[in-house]
Design a protein around this ligand. Structure first.
Ligand SMILES: [Zn+2]
Length: 244
């Protein structure tokens, strides 16, 4: 955990850590006096009750801290996000990381891909950009769940590396962070799976079916059904970050 991660967590818990840093929210990567005091307070007494907010109902968690570190989201003109699976194993390999900006491993851990998001700027692709979606890379961030190597589309077999609920559950928070940072509205044309690109945007994708099945929930079938689910959950988080 980096100093910035600690600062974000403290902020999420309601501690005052000042207004330093690029976003003037106290998250500056410098373990200064306010951060030190807040950390000590958190150690001694746990999360403070927010002064002017009702306490969360039993069984819900406190405000979820941001999932995507601010330093992973450099300035760029971004139009949308395409969600994939890697068709690889449960951990992100170097090859997996070369294709996407962000990857979510089977245990829900977020991994940064090799290409930086700003290389896929909508004003022009830059050398080394993430080539994640055929003819749809300019202005589009690629997020991928690490899973589904050896899967078969029909009849459906998830294979030896099935998508896990943990990585699926992490996806909405990642999407919400990206949408907030880059002012991307959550619509079927701006936040969509690779499997939806051909039908929704009309860009041929040579039979890509990520993501049209959820290995842990056979009742959800089809790219639109899957896309509608992650859009709904991401939109709820965007509207109310405490609904983790
Ligand atoms: Zn894909």
């Amino acid at each position: 955990m980096s100093v910035e991660d600690v600062q974000r967590r403290l902020k999420a818990l309601g501690y005052t850590i000042g207004t330093a840093g690029p976003n003037r929210d106290g998250v500056d990567g410098d373990f200064g006096r306010l951060s030190q005091l807040a950390t000590l307070a958190a150690l001694v007494k746990g999360a403070p009750a927010p002064a002017d907010a009702p306490s969360p109902p039993p069984g819900t968690s406190a405000t979820k801290p941001s999932s995507v570190p601010a330093s992973w989201m450099p300035a760029a003109l971004i139009k949308g996000i395409v969600v994939h699976w890697t068709a690889g194993a449960h951990r992100a390999s170097a090859l997996d990381r070369s294709h996407y900006h962000l990857l979510i491993e089977a245990d829900g851990k977020l991994v940064r891909g090799t290409p930086s998001i700003d290389l896929n700027d909508a004003r022009g692709l830059k050398s080394g950009y993430a080539a994640h979606t055929l003819k749809c890379n300019s202005g589009f961030i690629g997020v991928s769940l690490c899973c589904m190597a050896g899967a078969v589309e029909s009849p459906f077999k998830a294979g030896p590396h099935p998508m896990t609920r943990a990585q699926w559950d992490e996806l909405p928070a990642v999407l919400a962070d990206l949408c907030r940072r880059y002012d991307v509205p959550i619509t079927p044309r701006t936040v969509l799976s690779h499997a939806e690109v051909q039908g929704t945007l009309g860009i041929t994708q040579r039979g890509k079916w990520d993501i049209s099945r959820l290995a842990f929930d056979p009742s959800v079938v089809g790219a639109k059904a899957v896309g509608d689910l992650f859009r709904k959950r991401a939109a709820a988080l965007l509207a109310n970050p405490s609904e983790a």
